[in-house]
Design a protein around this ligand. Structure first.
Ligand code: 13P
Ligand code: SF4
Length: 368
């Protein structure tokens, strides 16, 4: 189910009273439920969450760490995921049936995940099987719906995150001659390129036109990239890089691999949110950095490192709007509704889908 289907089928709206409370009262309410529920409650928070939310997270992480932590949460009865829909689905798949996962606001989707739906993927696969026979292994970025993970799991493939995409693509080539990489063309292209695969050996599947974009001989195709992208990271451009290079020649540029190939190629470094955080932490006072990733995280890094000169690679950058849906009023509402025994916004992946999706996730978790 993608986020729009989820929204149509359920999704009660937040009671007005939460929107009228000030942050002090909301924070006290959140804290009160956390104390009351203790280890029966677990709050994972993605690095892109707002400060007002992330301060309550029991653990902060990138999508890999949050998937691993969810899988190892044996005590929690309720997991309130401060992140986006696909992350909460992953937590639901990796936890026991009696553990319940909630998303404080069902509108917290991921536009990239919604760029590959199940019907489109089945159609693409049918056509690709005609052109390439049984030579393709599907891989999907965790930023995808549970249905896409299930499709990939069923066909022998695995999920990847931005921290382990290299290892997973290397593994995929031990299984089959080619890969289909869903749904982020940029992460797929950047990672395959780093592994020495020529851009000339990469084709693009356009799910809207239902066509394979490739000019050479099909025998040479090694990687088929799904034509999806992150609308936040596509906002970092080559012009932004040139501007930083011109105005601050000594500044290092570090970006997330969801950025376009040209931007990654011109940058000094690229990696997951965790890699970006660690790199800045390990660099000496006085270092200067332009960061190409989501704004809540960049602003937090700036605050945490006053001894360094840090800016956003794009000065007009906005936060990820769907991540930003999780705010203090929704968090307080979600926690209080759980504590009162009337929980809202339960994330429950269909059983059959969950079985296949778990295979794709476990193939990744076993290898990293
Ligand atoms: P990370 O895996 O680096 O946390 O990235 C997740 C994400 O959604 C980036 O847009
Ligand atoms: Fe999805 Fe991009 Fe937001 Fe990450 S930053 S959650 S990929 S829309």
């Amino acid at each position: 189910m993608n986020i729009f289907e989820t929204l149509e089928s359920s999704s009660p709206t937040i009671p007005e009273r939460y929107l009228e409370m000030d942050n002090k009262e909301l924070s006290e309410r959140v804290q009160q439920v956390k104390v009351q529920m203790g280890t029966r409650l677990f709050l994972p928070g993605h690095h892109y969450q707002k400060d007002e939310v992330i301060e309550f997270a029991d653990v902060r992480g990138d999508s890999l760490k949050l998937a691993q932590i969810s899988a190892s949460q044996h005590e929690a009865e309720a997991i309130v995921f401060c992140g986006v829909h696909f992350m909460a689905e992953t937590a639901d798949i990796l936890t026991r049936d009696d553990q319940k996962v909630y998303l404080p606001d069902m509108r917290a989707g991921c536009t990239m995940a919604d760029m590959a739906n199940f019907t489109q993927t089945e159609k693409a696969w049918e056509r690709l099987m005609k052109d390439f026979d049984d030579t393709i292994l599907p891989l999907t970025y965790v930023n995808s719906t549970a249905a896409i993970k299930a499709f990939v799991g069923k066909h022998g493939g695995a999920t990847v995150t931005s921290s382990n995409a290299k290892q997973m693509i290397q593994w995929a080539f031990t299984q089959k001659e080619r890969i289909l990489f869903l749904p982020d063309q940029h992460l797929g292209r950047n990672t395959a390129y780093d592994l020495g695969i020529s851009l000339d050996d990469m084709a693009v599947w356009d799910p809207i036109k239902e066509e394979l974009v490739y000019e050479g001989d099909f025998d040479d195709v090694k990687v088929i990239l799904w034509k999806g992208h992150c609308s936040v990271h596509e906002n970092f451009t080559v012009a932004n890089v040139w501007q930083v290079r011109e105005q601050n020649p000594d500044m290092n540029i570090i970006v997330h691999p969801e950025c376009r190939r040209e931007v990654v190629a011109l940058s000094d470094d690229a990696g997951s949110t965790n890699h970006i955080i660690k790199t800045i932490e390990q660099s000496p006072p006085g270092s200067s950095w332009a960061i190409g990733t989501e704004m809540n995280l960049v602003n937090r890094i700036i605050k945490e490192h006053p001894d360094q000169h840090i800016i956003s690679l794009n000065p007009n950058m906005c936060p990820c709007l769907t991540m930003n849906r999780i705010d203090l009023p929704h968090l307080a509402w979600s926690l209080e509704s759980i504590a009162q025994g009337e929980p809202t916004n339960l994330i429950e992946v269909d059983k059959e889908i969950a079985i296949d999706a778990e295979q794709a996730l476990q193939r990744m978790l076993e290898r990293i």
